[in-house]
Design a protein around this ligand. Structure first.
Ligand SMILES: Nc1nc2c(ncn2[C@@H]2O[C@H](COP(=O)(O)OP(=O)(O)OP(=O)(O)O)[C@@H](O)[C@H]2O)c(=O)[nH]1
Ligand SMILES: [Mg+2]
Length: 345
């Protein structure tokens, strides 16, 4: 699962990308699209790993994509480079400047975010209208129309014409018939307000322009510095600014949440592992993540919540206390479930 980092010029996109991925290729790499895969930090995996001392510990992963500049030049007059680059990401991470910066006017997060939102909406509107024209032309040539798709397109167009992002309408944003269009305003959004080092205040939002997004205040420059330091130096800096921990872990976890993802765990002496699923996934589909054979031969899922296992102190103690549940194929897996699939092949 992938997040695309976008935002106005100079808002701190590169700074944030580098702090998150610890890929310090430098600001010189502006032209190239950069992609970083990182572990999702999870204290629950750390604790389970301490409990089982497995040979391997595997965390969930997310990817961040930072569009390069060079593609943008192809379309005269329009900065469409990032639009093409983020077509296939699963969510958008929008970096918005919320600090004074030389050569720029005072920060205005609502205006900056609105202008990004506008670009998303106009790009989608163009895509939707083009598709509608195509369907009309097909209909004239006698090709049967997909009524449901047409209906959805009409709904999209009317929302977009009223300047509403599609993500505001979950039933449209999640519709199968629209998946192929990869509408930008349908993607979930995480806004990172990039504050100055000493400032933790989120920007005011009287017009409610941030309502359809996840929001977080970060200090990009500080995080970038922290990410490059030795643990000792980082600890010193954190103390100086009175910060309990770097924000990168929280940003990554928030990204995971923005993507609508949760984790279940499998445990053992060999491996403690986090598996990534979408919210609402059934035990049968979760089994398929681990192995198709386990899905095919699924009998039952033996489930205990992470909290119950930790409270019991060990799997054996939890079993004695009757904390394990046997669940069937249709059970909806919860975040933090520890699962042992029973299956035959
Ligand atoms: N004071 C302050 N400056 C920052 C912060 N984050 C980034 N900057 C500075 O702002 C400038 C732009 O940051 P970048 O990360 O290059 O921004 P960008 O969005 O990638 O910029 P473009 O790629 O040119 O659009 C750099 O000089 C950073 O050092 C911050 O939190 N506080
Ligand atoms: Mg940049």
């Amino acid at each position: 699962m992938k997040l695309g980092i976008i935002g106005p010029a100079g808002s701190g996109k590169t700074t944030v990308f580098e702090a998150l991925t610890r890929d310090f290729a430098g600001m010189g790499a502006k032209n190239e699209t950069r992609l970083g895969t990182i572990h999702v930090p999870d204290p629950r995996i750390d604790a389970l790993s301490d409990m089982y001392r497995p040979r391997k510990t595997i965390y969930a992963q997310v990817e961040y994509l930072l569009p390069g500049k060079k593609e943008g030049k192809k379309e005269a007059g329009a900065d469409l480079g990032w639009v093409q680059a983020i077509r296939d990401v699963d969510a958008l991470c929008v970096v918005i400047r919320n600090h004074a910066h030389m050569g720029f006017g005072p920060p205005d997060p609502p205006a900056d975010f609105s202008s990004i939102e506008q670009e998303l909406i106009l790009t989608d509107l163009a895509a939707v209208e083009k598709r509608m024209e195509r369907l009309e032309a097909d209909a004239k040539r006698g090709k049967a129309a997909d009524r449901e798709e047409q209906e959805l397109l009409v709904q999209c167009r009317s929302a977009l014409e009223q300047e509403a992002p599609i993500r505001r309408f979950p039933e449209i944003a999640g519709a199968k018939q629209l998946k192929g269009y990869a509408l930008l305003s349908a993607k979930p959004v995480l806004i990172l307000f990039n504050n100055a080092d000493e400032d933790e205040t989120p920007p005011p939002d009287t017009a409610g322009v941030f309502d359809d997004a996840f929001c977080m205040v970060i200090r990009g420059k500080l995080e970038h510095e922290l990410a490059q330091m030795s643990p000792e130096d980082a600890a010193e800096l954190l103390e100086e600014f009175n910060i309990p921990a770097p924000a990168t872990d929280r940003i990554i976890r928030k990204s995971y949440e923005t993507l609508g993802l949760i984790s279940f765990f499998t445990v053992g002496d060999d491996e403690v592992r986090a598996w990534t699923i979408e919210k609402g996934t059934s035990a049968l589909d979760a089994a398929g993540k681990v192995h198709t054979d386990i899905q095919k031969g699924f009998i039952r899922a033996e489930v205990i919540s992470y909290d119950d296992q930790i409270a019991a102190g060990s799997a054996a103690a939890a079993r004695k206390a009757g904390a394990f549940r046997l669940e069937g194929k249709t059970y909806t897996v919860k975040d933090g479930d520890i699962i042992n699939f029973r299956f035959n092949v």
